[in-house]
Design a protein around this ligand. Sequence first.
Ligand code: DHB
Ligand code: FE
Length: 279
Amino acid sequence: MTTTQPTPTAADTGASASAAFKAAHQADGGADPARVAAVVGAVLDGVRGALREHKASYAEYSAAKAWLIEVGESGEWPLLLDVFFEHVIEEIAAEERRCTKGTILGPFYLPDQTRLSSPATLPMRADEPGERMVLAGQVRSLDSRPLAGAEVDVWQADAAGFYSGFGGPEGNLRGVVLADADGRFEITTVKPAPYQIPTDGPTGRLLAAAGWHAWRPAHLHLIVRGPGHRDIVSQLFFAGGDFLDSDVASATKPELILTPAAGPDGTLRAEYDFVLEPA
Ligand code: DHB
Ligand code: FE
């Protein structure tokens, strides 16, 4: 195992992930009661069934209640939901899509980051740890037209496992890269390290209590946008990396794995194209 970096604490991440989510979404009061009854009813039946099947005790019920209170108080709902459930919602949404495969957004997206023209280098510190890496590719339409005006919004954790705005320095390793007239982009960054979700918060303690690890394989997050097209939310992973087959967030897919190789100047380079579908 090559992963010895410190891990962000729950305090670094939970409350700020909750604040970022609340800034981007309003509570929805308009849900169809029949749909609420169907979905929530099925969730409740599933929980009741599990409690009966495993003959849950009063002590376990109280432990669960205390844990749920802590999830709320620590602001960890976004992390918990995105780790355990977002992949299901994403799989359902992807069923009707014909574009390049995507995966979960996760809790650490921030809008309105630095805009850069391709070829671009993500904002990073002078001594940013990690191997330099170039991600290059083209954004096209379903009928293979290069999409001028496309943009690739990228974010990633630093080598210590911190996302900027959630414990890491403001704006670090985040940027919106504008593709050229041919839809091509070239982004220099650092190769990310595997990411461990906070182990000191309620989500991390639950994982430890069950004997499960808290790691995600190394990944870059992206949202790819093109004029008149639907966004693709994705992540790219690295061939041969740790945790590809045991992502705590269940968000890896074989189509999303890069195989970087040294380019002409020795810098790691990976190619990945995106095909967007009409809006
Ligand atoms: C979480 C963290 C991530 O980096 C990610 O991509 C998905 C989920 C999390 O902590 O919930
Ligand atoms: Fe992530």
